[in-house]
Ligand binder design. Structure first.
Ligand code: GLU
Length: 457
């Protein structure tokens, strides 16, 4: 598309109004959250409004609990909508008025038919008089899209003169809400010609349409609504909302630079709907994790400590030695190490954090690196106890501990000194380095554990 046509979507006058229109027939899906985000960004970029409409006409499948989940998800993500919530279930009188107008104007008619699968039952549905023509619209993402509407025949727009079907309700609502831009998933492209025909039949101004690429799993299958991992709620106890939003923005939109970390305000600034890709966008949880890690690293100590506290198990937090300083130390370690809150819980569960409050249990033979003998390690532990014993309690910090041990370790071989030292303190194959751990545990606990290692050999 040429630049001038690409720019046609930018409103010359009048405000931009976008909307998100979820059906409360399921929990908030990440795909819906991404659609909400793009609508939000577009509206805010042009100083417009972002509205919320709950499409709850399917009485059998819509529930208040799902609606609540959707509202909470949007709020958690920080996408504030403007104005009041519009609920389709409260608009039946309005729909009936428009159905009557369509019939009165000769653009729709009542059709007496037998019910599908029940040939004896007669019903009266409302069908649109299809002008049978070619429709072209400029999709904000995909460019020109042309449809021949003939194949749609005189499609049904209402179940009765008071009950609109989906397409009719959407058109009436978008008109009444003054929606200027309909930005939604690609799965709605085939709905657009029907909706344009209804807009025309009602004499409404046709909004601009933009269809976003589908979100795909790594195996390129569609991320299904039924997929558990697709519910926004399942991210709340693992990720920061800012990180999920940042990641979702990159899911289909390309800023055209190397920048990856964007606050919501920066997204509003940088977002261009013409930079949205057409092909499916693959959901890559590793990428989301690494973005989340960037956000974790930027958190204030206070907020991060609180998150860590919420995710540590009772076995640690209710221990008598657990206090604010220890929390701060553990949190400081985890800030570098974990990318999601779930990883804190996993580390705790596997016992990898227990050494902070409890003496480790291990086989004494594991204290001894392969090329060393029990007696030489016993000797090294003795020296370590002496060296560390010389540091006064109030100077027992990571830096001072390192300084006290370093020359000796270099002389004797680092593996022979640092491995038994670290293992005696943690009992783990992998953990933070022995200086950090000693500093966190403090002088008396560190010496206690080194002594018990010494005695075990
Ligand atoms: N209720 C539709 C959905 O949840 C959205 C309709 C629209 O955006 O036009 O997919």
């Amino acid at each position: 598309m040429s630049d001038s046509r690409m720019n046609e979507h930018i409103p010359k006058k009048g405000p931009v109004v976008t909307r998100i229109a979820p059906s409360p027939t399921g929990v908030l899906h990440v795909g819906t959250l991404r659609t909400a985000l793009f609508n939000y960004l577009y509206a805010k970029k042009y100083g417009g409004k972002f509205l919320l409409r709950i499409e709850d006409t399917d009485k059998g499948r819509s529930t208040k609990a799902f609606e609540q989940d959707i509202l909470e998800g949007l709020e958690w993500a920080g996408l504030k909508f403007d104005g009041k919530i519009i609920r389709q279930s409260q608009r039946n009188d309005i729909y009936a008025k428009y159905i009557k107008k369509l019939i009165d104007d000769g653009n729709a008619y009542i059709s007496k038919e037998s019910k599908k699968n029940h040939p004896k039952e007669r019903i009266e549905v409302v069908r649109l008089k299809n002008p049978n023509k070619k429709i072209t619209f400029i999709d904000l993402v995909r460019g020109d899209i042309t449809f021949d509407t003939t194949e749609l025949k005189d499609f049904v727009i209402a179940r009765s003169v008071t009950e609109p079907l989906y397409h009719l309700a959407v058109v009436i609502d978008d008109h009444d809400m003054n929606v200027t831009h309909v930005i939604r998933g690609e799965d709605h492209i085939s709905n657009t010609p029907r909706q344009i025909l209804i807009h025309e039949a009602l004499g409404f101004k046709i909004p601009k349409y933009g269809h976003l690429p589908l979100i795909l799993n790594e195996n390129r299958s569609k991320l299904s609504k039924r997929d558990d991992a697709a519910s926004v709620t399942s991210y709340k106890d693992k990720y920061l909302p800012e990180a999920l939003i940042n990641y979702l923005a990159l899911l289909g939109w390309n800023p055209g630079t190397d920048q990856e970390i964007f606050s919501l305000l920066e997204l509003i600034e940088a977002f261009e709907i013409s930079d949205v890709q057409r092909g499916g966008a693959i959901f890559n949880e590793e990428k989301l994790k690494s973005i989340n890690h960037e956000y974790i690293k930027k958190l204030s100590e206070k907020i991060w400590n609180k998150i860590v506290l919420e995710n540590l198990p009772k076995i640690i937090t209710s221990h008598k030695s657990f206090d604010n300083t220890l929390l701060q130390n553990i949190a400081g370690q985890l800030k570098e190490r974990v990318k999601t809150f779930e990883e804190i819980r996993k580390l705790s569960k596997s016992g990898e954090l227990n050494f902070y409050v409890r003496a480790p249990e291990y086989n004494s033979s594991d204290l001894v690196p392969k090329r060393d003998s029990d007696s030489s390690i016993k000797q090294h532990l003795e020296t370590l106890i002496l060296l560390l014993g010389k540091i006064s309690e109030d100077k027992f910090t990571e830096i001072n501990i390192k300084e006290a041990v370093w020359d000796y370790a270099e002389k004797e071989g680092k593996g022979s000194i640092l491995w038994p030292m670290r293992f005696a303190l943690t009992g783990l194959e992998k953990s933070p380095d022995p200086f950090t751990v000693s500093g966190i545990l403090g002088k008396s606990t560190t010496l206690e554990r080194l002594k018990s290692a010494y005695q075990s050999l």
